[in-house]
Design a protein around this ligand. Structure first.
Ligand code: PDD
Length: 286
């Protein structure tokens, strides 16, 4: 079955799809993106992801390339054409193609690209054992709240994690506090059972999954705090986990090679994964 990509109004065979060499995404990383999970053919947390896309576009002073409802129709059309039940849809919008000049071009049409990928959203072995993270200095720019395609620091961080046999790298700011993973938010559970994740600011990307987990935690009457925590606090935590559109809630059982608590996924992490999964197939799906 052919796989299609959407590029500026056309559905092209994935292998042949491309944009111009002077696209500003390619030359300056002058663009933004979103990753939305497809579970059972439906989109998870679609509204949250599109709201954040609108915010990212606004921060770059880019307009929506098409009305939001039309964009949603295109997303669905691509998912249908590619017959994706479980996986992701990736959307990227750049400032378009123009002769290389740092300043905004006077008249450029934004580039809009969408691709889909099938994915196992329930990797049983990883969920059962939990994953390893390593810690690395956070060398990114200061506007991490924008979901920009400028991901070089994350590319280097993820590669370092992979070479250490880890799933993710948690980035550490200049004060020794964990900001977030390279493509996920970081969480711990303290000794007295409180859920902790970094507060949303320009220091992190405010994960849509993160926001839904906080909502679910509040509904369940769980105690939580949005604040920074140190690597040391994470190492001494009762539990740790990470969250993103693609991983949902994923238990973290080792940090820099040392086990978190008894080195097994904790009960709260498991419970929140289940809650988020139920939400993803129910109220959070569209
Ligand atoms: N990454 N922090 C960073 C730096 C991220 O790149 C991501 C997502 C998250 C989690 O956000 P959300 O819950 O909205 O997925 C946090 C996506 C999955 C990616 O780049 O592939």
């Amino acid at each position: 079955m052919p796989r299609y990509a959407y590029v500026n109004g056309r559905y092209l065979p994935h292998d042949a799809a491309g944009v111009h060499i002077e696209d500003r995404g390619f030359q300056f990383a002058d663009g933004v993106y979103e990753v939305v999970t497809i579970q059972g053919g439906r989109l998870v947390d679609e509204a949250g992801h599109l709201d954040r896309l609108g915010r990212s576009l606004g921060e770059l002073r880019l307009a929506w390339p098409m009305d939001r409802p039309v964009l949603q129709q295109v997303m669905r059309q691509l998912i249908r054409r590619n017959r994706v039940r479980d996986g992701i849809i990736y959307l990227q919008i750049t400032r378009g193609t123009a002769a290389r000049d740092f300043r905004f071009p006077e008249a450029a049409t934004p580039t809009l690209v969408m691709t889909t990928r099938r994915m196992n959203l329930d990797p049983a072995r990883q969920v059962a054992a939990g994953v390893d993270v390593v810690t690395i200095p956070d060398i990114r720019w200061k506007r991490r709240d924008i979901k920009s395609v400028a991901l070089l620091a994350q590319v280097l961080g993820k590669q370092q994690a992979a070479e250490a046999g880890a799933f993710e790298a948690w980035q550490i700011d200049e004060e020794g506090m964990v900001t977030e993973g390279c493509s996920s938010n970081a969480w711990i559970v303290t000794g007295d059972g409180r859920l902790v994740t970094r507060d949303a600011s320009t220091m992190i990307l405010n994960g849509i999954t993160r926001q839904s987990i906080l909502r679910l935690a509040a509904e369940q009457g769980l105690q939580f705090e949005e604040r920074a925590f140190t690597v040391d606090e994470a190492r001494r935590a009762r539990e740790a986990f990470l969250s993103s559109a693609t991983t949902y809630v994923m238990p973290v059982t080792r940090i820099d090679g040392r086990p978190v608590a008894d080195g097994k996924p904790g009960p709260l992490s498991r419970k929140l994964r289940e809650s988020y999964r139920s939400y993803a197939v129910g109220a959070g799906a569209s």
